[in-house]
Design a protein around this ligand. Structure first.
Ligand SMILES: [Zn+2]
Length: 293
């Protein structure tokens, strides 16, 4: 299981969320068969989404992060529920790129730098909240920071990390988001800057077995810290034949008619979890009726 912990300093100045998403990213790699750099990019987005999902207040709320840019990965999508359970989709699961100048997986190169990050929050209202920012670097953590600064006007630090084993399995994954609350003062900004100066990579801390709470307490060392909430979370899809039917109906009458006239049983895979659903001519005719009504 993954874990997300949300903490606040008792003076009400700083909020911090940290996540261990190793198991989530491991599942994502297995389901989508991603190459190393895609596992890193997709894993970072899933981790950010899980962290942001933990802040949702309503039981039925959800949040999705989507990146559309000019890199070879194509579209990246992650969706989280209010308990930090995530699922996602990646346009091109296999991308091979040389390591970047720092000798690391070239996430920015795979994602692309020209494009946008879209944040959609379904808070149970009539219309979902939609935020959009241009990408800063395609490295994802910086793009999330920019989203909070531009769209939500919240000073934020975001760190995301994924370590991939030579056999392509996920060694460790995690991240954190630190936010200044309205009561924060200049001193708090300096405090965070100093705390981050000599901090190890978040994925290394996870690989050493540090829990999300321990990471929060390390970064906020010197402050009194209260744990607000904690979720055990996993890669979780909520697909069902009914949901796939709704998606099929939305493809329109023409497509459904062609499928019905094809006379074959079609296998349709869930894009998020690869579960297989089967539809025969009778199914397509039934959906065609619903499409018209
Ligand atoms: Zn599914």
């Amino acid at each position: 299981m993954g874990k997300v912990t949300r903490c606040i300093t008792t003076d009400g100045a700083i909020m911090m969320m940290a996540a261990d998403t190793t198991d989530i990213v491991a599942s994502a790699e297995q389901i989508h068969g991603t190459s190393a750099v895609v596992t890193a990019a997709f894993g970072r987005l899933l981790t950010a989404c899980s962290l942001m999902g933990q802040s949702l207040k309503g039981e039925d709320n959800s949040i999705s992060l989507q990146i559309k840019a000019d890199g070879p990965i194509g579209t990246l999508l992650a969706v989280s529920d209010a308990h930090a359970n995530v699922r996602g989709y990646v346009g091109q699961p296999i991308v091979e790129l040389p390591l970047n100048r720092q000798g690391k997986l070239d996430v920015g190169g795979a994602v692309g730098k020209n494009g946008n990050l879209y944040v959609v929050k379904d808070l149970g209202l009539k219309e979902p909240y939609v935020g959009q920012v241009p990408l800063v670097s395609g490295e994802i953590a910086e793009d999330i920071t920019s989203y909070f600064a531009v769209s939500e006007q919240i000073p934020t630090v975001c760190a995301l990390g994924v370590l991939v084993n030579p056999d392509l399995s996920c060694k460790a994954a995690g991240g954190f988001i630190i936010q200044l609350l309205p009561g924060a003062i200049e001193e708090d900004i300096v405090f965070i800057e100093n705390a981050l100066k000599d901090l190890e990579n978040v994925s290394s801390m996870i690989a050493q077995g540090m829990t999300p709470e321990a990471i929060c307490r390390l970064v906020l060392k010197g402050r009194e810290v209260e744990v607000l909430d904690e979720s055990a979370c996993e890669y979780r899809c909520n697909c069902s034949k009914e949901r796939i039917e709704k998606a099929l109906i939305s493809t329109g009458e023409k497509t459904l008619r062609e499928l019905a006239e094809g006379g074959k049983t079609e296998e349709i895979n869930c894009q998020f979890c690869d579960k297989k659903y089967y539809f025969d001519t009778q199914d397509f005719l039934r959906l065609l009726k619903q499409c018209k009504s």
